[in-house]
Design a protein around this ligand. Structure first.
Ligand code: FES
Length: 178
């Protein structure tokens, strides 16, 4: 039995139908995004299943998944925050936003908070420089003009959502309290 759900397979089929029948592998990026939405992150067995389903070598799927920052190759916190630190964002306060995130969450870029709520990532230009500094939540929700009060409000909102169990499925489990 496939570890890819029927619903996910239907979505992948819809994406693959946009390409010639002998080019199903062109839907690999969409397929990985669909699988990640469902499972939270891309394990090797899941990527292997995508490869099988699209008829391509597993290594070609690993290459795509490892090239793009939006794919999670390990469990993340419930909310992955990707802060753009490229020049236009840096000039508009991204460094201050990074410090605020480090200070409030107690983690560096690439780390997840002990409570499993947040994973912090450093990102490249997201094509929204006019809204700098820009932050992306779970690859989908873009937040601009991240001034200290707006960032604080966003973290409050997401912390409350995480406490309700919302956010990425199969997120990192909270560390046991000492
Ligand atoms: S530099 Fe940050 S969105 Fe372009």
């Amino acid at each position: 039995m496939s570890i890819i759900s029927e619903a996910a397979r239907a979505k992948i089929d819809r994406e693959a139908a946009k390409y010639p029948a002998d080019r199903r592998q062109s839907a690999v990026m969409s397929a990985l995004a669909i699988i990640q939405d469902e499972h939270g992150w891309l394990s090797v067995p899941l990527m292997d299943e995508v490869a099988r389903y699209l008829g391509m070598p597993p290594v070609a799927v690993y290459e795509v998944a490892s090239f793009y920052e939006m794919y999670n190759r390990a469990p993340t916190g419930r909310f992955k925050l990707t802060l753009c630190t490229n020049l236009p964002c840096a000039l508009a306060g991204a460094n201050a936003a990074a410090k605020q995130l480090h200070d409030r969450l107690g983690v560096e870029f690439g780390e997840t908070t002990a409570d499993g709520c947040f994973t912090l990532k450093e990102g490249e230009c997201m094509g929204a420089c006019g809204d700098a500094p820009v932050l992306l939540v779970n690859n989908k929700r873009m937040e601009g003009f991240m001034t200290p009060p707006r960032l604080e409000a966003l973290l409050d909102e997401l912390s409350a959502a995480a406490a309700r169990g919302e956010g990425t499925p199969n997120a990192v489990e909270p560390e046991p309290k000492a």
